[in-house]
Design a protein around this ligand. Structure first.
Ligand SMILES: [Zn+2]
Length: 319
């Protein structure tokens, strides 16, 4: 039977006239979101998106020249245009061959109360930091690496190996590079020093194209940071491209891949990389996962005459 809107209204009016029933126990609003976890399978490998939260950024991070078009696209996507725009932050837990690898650590306590929720979300699935065999970074920015150490500089992953892309480690572990990064990112050098001390003896510097673990292979995707890297998770013919910071606001940069963001160390290289990675994902029809895509962050890229399109993957209740 179909319910028309009119039927609903009539039913609503009837309810109002019904005799009062004994009051049920009041259920107060919970006031917070459920645990932000979502799982998918890549062949035999299980991948869980784990949210670290969300941070608000001004649309001006794409430059004053692009602001009018940015606001137009934000409005088109039902997003705020005048206030800072929410930017999601996802990490991915990969269970490959009995080993747990965590791709990025979230921001820890570096970026305020709307971020830093990774440990609570991991705990909701029964995973504590000591269960993680390998922590893997896409790059060293604080929203991705800030969960490695606490305020005192102690390691928050007591026994994990830490994998950092070779070029990324070489850059941030060398303070003479400080003048090469935007002012707002310079604290990254002091933090890198803390990380190097806290994880001494268990850091693996990984060149591009090598395996983190069987089933997880790195690829160079330089530009956003000097050694920014992406990871191909593969099992049989199934693959997933965890593509890090290819986009910060998907609603904007998928339509405008030529837009750099003010945190890019080399904006030109970042644009070239974005196009190359989008092309590869579209041509190979590969599922992608983005650290700043709306949670849970899985989707597919399509390319046609009007440009690139991102199709978020539908929620699947079964694996
Ligand atoms: Zn980021």
């Amino acid at each position: 039977m179909t319910q028309t809107r009119r039927n609903w209204l009539v039913a609503g009016a009837a309810t109002m006239l019904a005799p009062a029933l004994p009051a049920a126990a009041a259920l107060p609003p919970v006031g917070r979101q459920v645990a932000s976890l979502y799982r998918t399978k890549v062949g035999d490998i299980e991948v869980t998106a784990v949210s670290d939260g969300s941070i608000s950024l001004p649309a001006a991070v794409f430059g004053e020249a692009n602001l009018a078009e940015a606001r137009r696209l934000l409005a088109e996507n039902f997003m705020p245009t005048e206030t800072p725009v929410p930017c999601a932050l996802n990490c991915f837990l990969v269970n490959a061959g009995g080993k747990l690898a965590l791709l990025d650590t979230g921001s820890g306590d570096a970026l305020g109360p709307t971020m830093g929720h990774l440990p609570a979300n991991l705990a909701a699935m029964g995973v504590t930091a000591d269960k993680i065999d390998t922590v893997v970074l896409t790059h060293m920015h604080r929203d991705h690496a800030g969960g490695l150490c606490d305020k005192q500089g102690r390691a928050l992953f007591p026994s994990s190996e830490l994998v950092i892309p070779e070029v990324e480690a070489a850059f941030w572990f060398d303070e003479t590079n400080i003048s090469k990064v935007p002012q707002g990112s310079r604290g990254g050098f002091a933090y890198a020093k803390q990380v190097a001390a806290a994880y001494q003896g268990r850091i693996r510097r990984l060149p591009g194209g090598r395996d983190v673990l069987p089933g997880i292979t790195s690829q160079d995707a330089f530009g956003h940071t000097p050694g920014h890297s992406i990871y191909r998770v593969h099992s049989g013919s199934a693959q997933l491209l965890v593509f890090g910071d290819m986009v910060h606001f998907p609603a904007l940069q998928v339509r405008h891949p030529e837009w750099g963001i003010s945190f890019d160390v080399d904006a030109q290289a970042a644009v070239a990389t974005r196009r190359r990675v989008f092309d590869m994902a579209a041509a190979d029809r590969m599922m992608v996962a983005g650290m700043h895509m709306e949670f849970p962050g899985f989707g597919h890229m399509r390319k046609d005459a009007s440009g690139y399109h991102l199709l978020p993957a539908p929620w699947r209740p079964a694996l």
